[in-house]
Design a binder for this molecule. Structure first.
Ligand code: ZN
Length: 376
């Protein structure tokens, strides 16, 4: 399933700062010194005294001969994933719709798993470790995809590749002021350190940090999904709504009013390959295209084929067949339908009425099947 492309989706997504934003890079001089890069950073910021470096800088990278601030794709992916987890928990309770990636098995010195650490919310990665190493199950890629929680199915875990790739977000800094070495200059703010805010500034100590100011637009070209089920796009649709409504915050210092952003989809294209071309106006997920029950528990597949209103024509180019949704009418109709496949008001949708936690991923299954001498 992962080796051949059946469908893919590309989303051009823009994030606009609605207030100061800081995606953190720790510039604590002690740690820079340890890493042997203090002099480099003093040169970048054009300062002679290390005290004049910002305590916390904005992450930067080289682009078009300038060193520019950017939003790493991994930061955005982390935020989107935790929003997806929150949505799943809201709809399905704390353990049934998503695992908790931070919930890990604890072991004693002999490597026995502690019973108390095995809960229903255990991360999928650790559940698969229990199945593979403790129960000695033959765990193939079908079982892993079939049994992973909905959030890991989309964002991946140690046993499963992520379906979604999020590139770094860039903005236009061609006319922005720079220090002498093309290192883009950002405004600085001053604060009084609180340990929670920064590990580098001690409580009560003045420190300063860089921010990007409001109305800066960062473009993510493209957020990429491959071999997707339709409900996965529906789940993303809810998260994009939250971005639009400025509910999602990004980066550092959220409790201090930093990180307010809005997000908007500029365009979305959905491509099918070769013989998988759907009839005009129809959208199909991988569950419809692949027709292999080993990837899904019986009855655990969502609706994988829908008819769309306001659907643009499908354009074929060789073996690629693409819908491109550009107008707001097209985008709204698309996500309106897709969101219902994840969760609809009448209590239908994948998370409401299709998905349930497989028995093989439950606490009961582990406690029944792990041999006694491997448990403590
Ligand atoms: Zn999971």
């Amino acid at each position: 399933m992962l080796k051949i492309a059946l469908n893919e989706c590309r989303i051009v997504f823009k994030i606009k700062t609605e207030g100061p934003l800081l995606i953190k890079q720790d510039l604590d001089s002690e740690s820079l010194e340890k890493r042997n890069i203090l002099n480099d950073y003093m040169r970048f910021y054009n300062v002679r005294d290390k005290k004049d470096l910002p305590s916390i800088g904005f992450v930067r990278t080289m682009r078009n001969d300038r060193v520019v601030p950017y939003i790493p794709g991994s930061s955005l992916k982390g935020v989107i994933r935790s929003y997806a987890e929150r949505i799943a928990r809201t709809l399905k309770g704390t353990t049934d719709g998503t695992c908790n990636p931070f919930s890990k098995i604890e072991k004693d010195k002999q490597g026995r798993a502690k019973r108390s650490s095995i809960g229903d919310d255990l991360s999928c990665s650790d559940k698969f470790i229990l199945r593979k190493e403790y129960i000695k199950e033959d765990l193939d890629s079908y079982k892993v995809y079939r049994d992973a929680c909905p959030i890991c199915k989309l964002f991946g875990c140690n046993f499963l590749k992520s379906r979604i790739e999020i590139p770094d977000g860039y903005s236009d800094y061609t006319s922005a002021p720079t220090y002498s070495n093309q290192f883009v200059r950002l405004p600085r703010r001053h604060g009084v350190g609180i340990d929670r805010f920064t590990s580098s500034a001690k409580s009560g100590v003045l420190f300063n940090y860089e921010v990007e100011e409001e109305n800066k637009v960062f473009s993510f070209n493209d957020i990429f999904l491959t071999t997707f089920e339709l409900w996965q796009l529906g789940l993303l649709g809810y998260i994009f709504d939250d971005f639009k409504d400025q509910i999602v915050k990004l980066g550092f210092g959220k409790s201090r009013g930093l990180g307010k952003v809005s997000g908007e989809i500029e365009s979305i294209s959905i491509t099918y390959f070769g013989r998988y071309k759907p009839p005009d106006g129809k959208l199909m997920g991988v569950g419809k295209l692949i027709n292999d029950n080993r990837y899904w528990h019986k009855d655990f597949m969502g609706t994988e084929e829908i008819n769309l209103s306001h659907c643009p024509p499908i354009i074929s180019n060789g073996f690629r067949h693409t819908y491109k949704f550009v107008t707001s009418e097209q985008k709204e109709a698309l996500f309106g339908e897709l969101k219902k496949l994840w969760s609809a008001e009448d209590d239908t949708g994948f998370i409401n009425s299709v998905y349930t936690l497989p028995h093989e991923m439950s606490k009961d299954y582990f406690l029944e099947n792990i041999p006694e001498d491997k448990l403590v």
